[in-house]
Ligand binder design. Structure first.
Ligand code: BES
Ligand code: ZN
Ligand code: ZN
Length: 489
């Protein structure tokens, strides 16, 4: 899909169809010229409502406001509607806001994210007919809105949304075709394409380096684990950032087996790993001025005679002992060792981890929202602001002084599950926190993406299945934190 912005009036641009966003229920907007037809169609300009007028070559889409979130979702709706037509080019006015650069980005993201579908395993493929999206500058007086700035924004928006689709694609692959080894191959391919350093470690490395918690989780699978470490190194980086992802290519629960209904969709338990690959892809393509280390623990949580067991006591990379009381709380075991690895090998200024860690997070926040946890309140606030500006939903789940006690073990340093049924997302994060060194406490934020990473219905600009949660949020945070932006970030 190609995007162009022209220093012209909309009426001077030729396209198969015009897309118009409508926020006013009475159509009091000067761009809404087909009031009679819209009334005949009973179009109410409700959010996500579409009215296609093929004879007039117009597609009207309702939106609550001209905020970037609304525009992104409306553009995604337009893209979905156009999929069923033969329309190859559309034009859109940049009248759409008082902040046109932000909304140009939202239009691009909406079209790319909204036209995504995963049909690799379908006999009949559906290709999207849309090739060109044209936007008009009209006579905007905003001095930041130059064609040059607009083009730069289009490029950034394309990179971040294509990286999100890349993450979606890997997550959507079925578990028999996306084993830890295959995921490592994907990472290697990405490294070759994007000129990244790539290290892939097998079980021998994990054994040699005392990563026994990770190894225990992987032990019952015929598909061996892999530790993936990609590095993006620009010249004169402003900071060193480790992004760590949970990469369970399948989570059956292990001996604490999941009930059948809860096991389906557990191919998505690799979403954190896929997110960190998408993030480093986008960051390197945008040439962000930060050194990024994407670290993913890829394993399969399965059952066999050699499976790790409730009652086992494991020793993690940092020497801490863990009493296993539930083999379905496996993500935190893999992440414990990966977080130790990140701190030992990278010595980062910031550590962000992404994981489909707990069902409890989905219970707390619903399916669409990521849970943000950590010790550093101001860093959490920045992550929340970035999420907000990126179009992802996120909310803090706060630590407190009482919850850590629930992880106490009588026989080891810590237990892998809480003794209480409540607050499970936070106690899981507090477990991870035990593997963050004191000096790194304020550098670390945990992002539980169990809800939004994979939803079995389309929502906003997300399709059925994988959403690529974490990618847009992280890139926005990196941009806000390390790239100087005058205005529209
Ligand atoms: N992968 C799951 C968490 C999950 C649940 C992700 C639903 C996506 C959707 C994780 O490994 C798990 O099973 N967690 C347990 C923890 C419990 C045993 C303490 C859970 O949430 O039930
Ligand atoms: Zn599990
Ligand atoms: Zn899991």
């Amino acid at each position: 899909m190609n995007f162009e912005v022209y220093d012209k009036k909309l009426s001077e641009i030729k396209a198969d169809c015009e897309v118009i966003f409508v926020i006013d229920k009475n159509f009091e907007h000067k761009w809404v010229t087909d009031k009679k037809d819209l009334k005949l169609l009973n179009f109410k300009a409700e959010p996500e409502e579409v009215a296609f007028l093929p004879h007039l070559k117009k597609l009207y889409v309702g939106a609550k406001s001209l905020n970037h979130d609304e525009i992104r979702i409306a553009a995604a709706k337009a893209a979905k509607k156009l999929k069923k037509t033969g329309i190859k080019s559309v034009k859109i006015g940049t009248y759409i806001e008082n902040c046109p650069i932000t909304n140009i980005k939202a239009v691009v993201e909406g079209f790319i994210l909204g036209s995504y579908s995963f049909d690799k395993y379908k006999s009949k493929k559906e290709t999207h007919p849309l090739e060109n999206v044209y936007m008009a500058k009209e006579d905007y007086s905003d001095k930041d809105f130059t064609i040059e700035n607009a083009k730069k924004s289009i490029k950034e928006a394309k990179i971040v949304s294509l990286a999100t689709n890349y993450t979606r694609d890997i997550v959507n692959h079925p578990p028999q075709d996306m084993t830890p080894e295959k995921l490592a191959e994907e990472a290697k391919k990405l490294a070759e394409e994007n000129n990244l350093e790539c290290k892939i470690y097998d079980e021998k490395y994990l054994e040699k380096n005392g990563m026994n918690a990770f190894l225990a989780v992987a032990r019952a699978s015929t598909n061996p684990p892999r530790l993936i470490h990609l590095t993006y190194k620009p010249k004169n980086p402003k900071a060193k950032i480790a992004i760590v992802g949970k990469g369970l290519t399948y989570d059956s629960g292990g001996l604490s087996l999941k009930p059948s209904d809860f096991m389906v969709t557990m191919k998505s338990d690799k979403s954190g790993a896929c997110a960190v690959l998408g993030i480093i892809k986008a960051a390197s393509e945008m040439e962000l001025p930060v050194e990024i280390h994407a670290i993913a623990g890829a394993a399969e949580n399965m059952v066999n005679g050699n499976a790790y067991k409730p009652d086992d006591i494991l020793t993690a990379k940092n020497g801490k002992t863990i009493e296993v009381r539930n083999t379905d709380a496996e993500g935190r075991l893999v992440l414990a060792d990966c977080l130790c690895y990140a701190q030992d090998e990278v010595k980062p200024d910031f550590i962000l981890d992404f994981a489909t860690l707990t069902g409890a997070c989905v219970v707390a926040l619903g399916e669409y929202t990521s849970g943000i946890m950590g010790h550093n309140k101001s860093l959490i606030k920045k992550i929340l602001n970035a999420a907000n500006a990126s179009g992802e939903l996120a909310s803090e789940l706060p630590f407190n002084r009482y919850l850590p006690k629930l992880l106490k073990s009588e026989v080891a340093d810590i237990c892998n599950i809480s003794s209480s049924r409540y607050g499970g997302a936070i106690t899981a994060a507090l477990f991870l926190s035990e593997f963050i060194e004191e000096k790194n406490r304020d550098k670390w934020v945990h992002i539980d993406i169990a809800g939004p990473a994979f939803v079995e219905k389309a929502w906003g600009c997300n399709p059925y299945g994988a959403s690529g949660a974490g990618v847009r949020l992280a890139i926005k945070w990196l941009q806000k934190e390390f790239v100087f932006h005058k205005k529209h970030s």
